[in-house]
Design a protein around this ligand. Structure first.
Ligand code: AMP
Ligand code: ZN
Length: 468
């Protein structure tokens, strides 16, 4: 299996550090709001990578953090007049719901930055002891120039960085020895969450969080470190500087980065206001459609989100699910039990589609081609399975289809439509919860309905609902 390594800028054969095992760390979201569909891309593509490793028989230790202490979280908490903790807890829960909707498996461990502060302090102390960090007025900085390999991931040269990036020079942190130095620990500001440390009360910088959580849950050396391409510099570059200086070992063997998700061919960003949350999309589509849409492109290519492409993904997904449902229907009514000779030949041919699927996935997780192989299999199933087919043949071909779509995280079952009566019953339950002032439960029901495509509107005449 080959993976494109950002470090070498080449596709390299994947060789695990330990036979049969994969240690993988994916930088998770900063939890200050609902995740947007750009954040969903790394979740989906690296979950698919994990599923493929598992399909190949690897035991995968998959760690993905939640960044739950950050300026943006603090800002949101101040706006709402609640604690930062309340904001991060709320959006971690919401993020987990979105992940479930997208069929992203929970990580082996989802560490929270705020629960790992002790380890981060130790790591920073190690860097100070080794001469890679220094403290000034309660702030600890990393001595970037001391790490000889700095820039090896982003292929940047220190001197170019210094002359080319003016923002690095105008940081307002005049006390730094060098403008390239970055923060490991920052002192407390009034009203902000803070922890005791040898350098006074304060909180960790973002980069040190991942170095510590990766080390604690996966060890000093890992196979794969992944995230969106915007993290290459400075986040991952700084993680490497910290981890390798502290541990004296190569940090990660393979660095994987997904391309960006754009909207109407423009970069999706909160400041431009052209972004969608996963939750919004779930009001219009089953999130399986979003997942299928993401996998229709190679993970390293930029991907444009548009209504047309989502519609295309929806009908493509429908085609696969319908084929699976058709096989199930035929299975229920099949007369013959075992495959006859010609069915055995026909079944042997499905191997070709499995091979094409694996070949695509082995080539740097080319899910676009893997999806094409699934469509070929669907076509084959539709043309070879009928009322005369044996149970063994139908089950065999269905099993192959389920096995491949499971690698993609696609569930090939028709979701039960909510009947009007079920909706009315849930609305009544929500009204009762509201009466009891159990707003958490009321919101939960509203969200559940929204996830299933039902939009509620509270009016003076009572609750109205419509299908999205
Ligand atoms: P953040 O919460 O900004 O740290 O982002 C969490 C993850 O989402 C990181 O791996 C980012 O690289 C990734 N990400 C953010 N925006 C996009 C986007 N528009 N397209 C793809 N990945 C993104
Ligand atoms: Zn990270």
């Amino acid at each position: 299996m080959k993976l494109y390594n950002t470090m070498s800028k080449k596709k390299e054969e994947f060789v695990p550090l330990e036979k049969g095992r994969v240690k993988m760390y994916v930088c998770g979201p900063t939890v200050y709001n609902f995740i947007h569909i750009g954040n969903a891309r790394p979740m989906i593509v690296f979950d698919t990578a994990r599923r493929y490793f598992e399909y190949k028989g690897y035991d995968v230790n998959f760690v993905s953090n939640f960044t739950d202490v950050d300026d943006k979280i603090i800002k949101k908490a101040i706006e709402e007049g609640v604690t930062a903790d309340e904001i991060s807890k709320r959006y971690i829960e919401e993020c987990k719901k979105d992940m479930e909707g997208m069929n992203v498996k929970p990580a082996t461990t989802h560490p929270l930055a705020t629960e790992e502060i002790g380890g981060m302090i130790e790591l920073i102390q190690t860097l100070i002891d080794k001469g890679f960090a220094y403290e000034k007025n309660g702030t600890v900085y990393y001595r970037t120039r001391k790490f000889e390999d700095y820039g090896k991931l982003s292929h940047k040269n220190l001197d170019d960085l210094r002359s080319g990036n003016r923002s690095l020079l105008v940081t307002g942190e005049d006390e730094k020895e060098d403008p390239l130095d970055f923060v490991l620990w920052k002192p407390k500001k009034e009203g902000e969450p803070a922890w005791e440390s040898p350098w006074g009360e304060g909180r960790p910088g973002w980069h040190i969080e991942c170095s510590e959580m990766s080390k604690k849950y996966l060890g000093e050396q890992i196979d794969i470190h992944a995230g969106g391409e915007d993290l290459i510099f400075p986040h991952h570059e700084n993680e490497i500087a910290q981890s390798e200086a502290a541990n004296g070992k190569e940090f990660a063997k393979y660095w994987l980065h997904n391309g960006f998700l754009n909207i109407d061919n423009r970069k999706m960003s909160k400041s431009l206001g052209n972004f969608f949350t996963v939750r919004e999309i779930s009001g219009k589509y089953d999130l399986q459609v979003l997942r299928f849409f993401m996998l229709s492109a190679h993970y390293r290519s930029p991907l444009n989100f548009s209504a047309e492409l989502m519609e295309a993904a929806k009908s493509g997904l429908d085609r696969i699910v319908t084929a699976a449902e058709n096989l199930r229907f035929l299975l229920k009514n099949a007369q013959a039990e075992d495959m006859n000779e010609s069915e055995k030949d026909a079944f042997a041919k499905t191997r070709e589609y499995v091979e094409n699927f694996e070949k695509a996935m082995d080539d740097d997780l080319n899910t676009a081609d893997a999806v094409a192989a699934v469509f070929e299999l669907v076509k084959y199933a539709n043309t070879t399975a009928d009322g005369e087919s044996s149970r063994e043949y139908l089950q065999g071909i269905l099993d192959v289809l389920v096995k491949l779509t499971d690698v993609l995280g696609i569930i090939v079952e028709k979701k039960e439509e909510l009947l009007d009566a079920d909706i009315e019953a849930l609305i009544a339950e929500r009204q009762a919860a509201r009466k009891e002032k159990n707003f958490a439960k009321a919101d939960e029901i509203r969200n559940e309905l929204l996830e299933r495509g039902i939009i509620l509107k509270d009016t003076r005449e009572g609750v109205q609902w419509k299908r999205a």
